[in-house]
Design a protein around this ligand. Sequence first.
Ligand code: IPD
Ligand code: CA
Ligand code: CA
Length: 269
Amino acid sequence: MIDLDKISHEVISTAKNAGTFIRNQTDKLRSIDVETKGNHDYVTYVDKTAEEQIVQSLQALLPEAGFIVEENTISKQGDAYNWVVDPLDGTTNFIHGIPVFSVSIALMHHKEVVLGVVYEVNLDECFSAVKGKGAFLNGMPIQVSNASALKDSLLATGFPYHDYTRMDSFIDLFKWCMKNTHGLRRIGSAAVDLAYVACGRFEGFYEYGLNAWDVAAGCLIVQEAGGQVSDFRGKDNYIFGREVVASNNNISHEFLNQIQKAFNPIKKH
Ligand code: IPD
Ligand code: CA
Ligand code: CA
């Protein structure tokens, strides 16, 4: 069995090194550096180079592991272990000079996430967790908030920008949240949204259309901080199922109930 605590320290260094590279490129980025991958989906040399650096470092750390990476800089499937990497979560913020973006790295053992690191680049905040060992922010233990109702909760989401099929449900929930909670934030990095649920800044987060690299690390960090994570049905398909709900324990039932009312998964899927 591999030593996850030791690996976690190395992954934290890897994420911070990539973050330093990204931070140093902030003022150098030109508009011609921005490529369009798809509808509202952008990438720059910074995303790709950061991913190459991360992959190189993780390969040295665990040579038998494979990779699920956003920018396709490597194609390798591992038998037992796979790294799940988003080198720059919040590219749209990055290219517009909005200083909220992160590096997200998770390690999966078969279908289970066993290690997660989310590094918020500009605040120099590193969130980390190893399965069964708690969650940390810059080495200090963190916990989800203890708010007990949605009326006392600040929530986060991401606006759909590829898949508009569930837009009406999204807007219905949006209206409900505006009227019945402390508010709804869209900060532009799903990994940071999840990390903020883990440390109690947000009570809850939901989004659909996300990929495994957006959520794998953050979901483990939420769970290890005492929170709940599921898909919109309240089931376990939140890493590859393209929908995620994360919350502190206390509000999870009420939150999921509102999400299901709006999205009515049985009818709209
Ligand atoms: C995006 C961010 C954003 C979310 C998008 C993601 P990217 O990731 O996490 O918050 O709303 O759905 O694609 O493209 O910046 O890595
Ligand atoms: Ca992402
Ligand atoms: Ca990305």
